[in-house]
Ligand binder design. Structure first.
Ligand SMILES: C[S@@+](CC[C@H](N)C(=O)[O-])C[C@H]1O[C@@H](n2cnc3c(N)ncnc32)[C@H](O)[C@@H]1O
Length: 283
């Protein structure tokens, strides 16, 4: 069970059911696809051997392992997540790597009582957009940082800016006679930080200083068409839609394959992605 109360019960439910199960089953593939997107965020932290880092929403642990490599055996990394299946995968990977300096805990980063002023850095790859009260969550994370400690994360810009998201959903559109239900752009979810002004206000409101928000545009994708189709059907905006209407999957699969085929290159299927690389410091 989680160590602390959660403020995010909808997200706890989601990441312990369909969301977490999908990510856990596909974690090797998803890691391969999004690994390049987290690297610039790790760089903003300027990590040194011996430092202590917290990995917020660590999921299946790929970045926890990468961070542990940066701080070495004299440092430590704590991964924090609310998803039991993803944490189980992370624990297996950490054990397999024999990384004694890395561990994970089941906890809500918005409310977890982090050791005060303990961490040199807080990192996240797509794990901080799901808070019901983002200002409270970042204020809580800030309390765990040393003064001068750094925050660095990567999050999505709007879905419309990432061909990786738009191409599959556009291809499937004609198979959904009803328009997608309107969604609140500020609600917790992958695109909650699309607006950089809102994101800056949240981080400043939480007490962070020296906030930098830099656009990152990178081609990402899958090694082959089969994996690109599988990903489009299970995650992202189309995956979310198909979880609501799973009976549509056999109907749309051909259209998705046809739409993604032109993006197949010698390096696999490659499409544009649009993210923010965010940096900040505890004053
Ligand atoms: C899109 S996944 C990214 C996982 C991982 N960081 C990666 O890049 O592979 C989002 C992660 O954030 C976690 N998460 C969502 N809300 C959280 C919260 N309040 N506290 C801690 N983790 C949370 C989810 O359980 C999930 O593992």
């Amino acid at each position: 069970m989680a160590e602390t109360a959660t403020a995010n019960s909808d997200q706890v439910a989601y990441w312990n059911a369909a969301g977490g199960e999908t990510w856990t089953a596909m974690h090797d593939k998803l890691d391969g696809q999004i690994q390049p997107l987290g690297e610039a965020a790790i760089e903003t932290l300027g990590l040194q051997a011996g430092q202590r880092v917290v990995d917020i929403g660590c999921g299946c642990g790929q970045t926890t392992i990468a961070l542990a490599g940066r701080v070495g055996a004299a440092g430590s990394v704590l991964g924090v997540d609310i998803s039991r299946p993803m944490l189980a995968a992370a624990r297996q990977r950490l054990a397999a790597q024999g990384l004694a300096q890395a561990s994970v805990v089941e906890a809500d980063a918005q409310t977890h009582p982090f050791e005060a002023e303990a961490f040199d850095a807080a990192f996240s790859r797509f794990g901080v957009m799901f808070f019901e009260d983002p200002t409270a969550a970042f204020a809580n994370i800030l309390k765990g940082l040393k003064h001068g400690g750094r925050l660095g994360f990567v999050c999505w810009r709007s879905a419309a800016e990432s061909a990786w998201m738009t191409v599959p959903i556009a291809a499937a559109q004609s198979h959904f006679p009803e328009p997608a239900p309107p969604s609140d752009p500020l609600a917790p979810g992958p695109f909650a930080f699309a607006d950089p002004d809102r994101l800056r206000a949240i981080l400043s409101g939480a007490g962070f200083a020296h906030v930098t928000i830099t656009a990152q545009d990178k081609m990402i994708g899958a090694p082959d068409l089969d994996q690109a189709v599988e990903t489009a059907l299970k995650v992202g905006p189309l995956g979310a839609r198909l979880r609501e209407q799973p009976d549509k999957t056999p109907t749309v699969v051909g259209a998705i394959r046809e739409a993604l085929a032109p993006y197949l290159t010698a390096d696999g299927v490659r499409l544009g992605s649009a993210t923010w690389i965010v940096g900040a410091r505890r004053p």
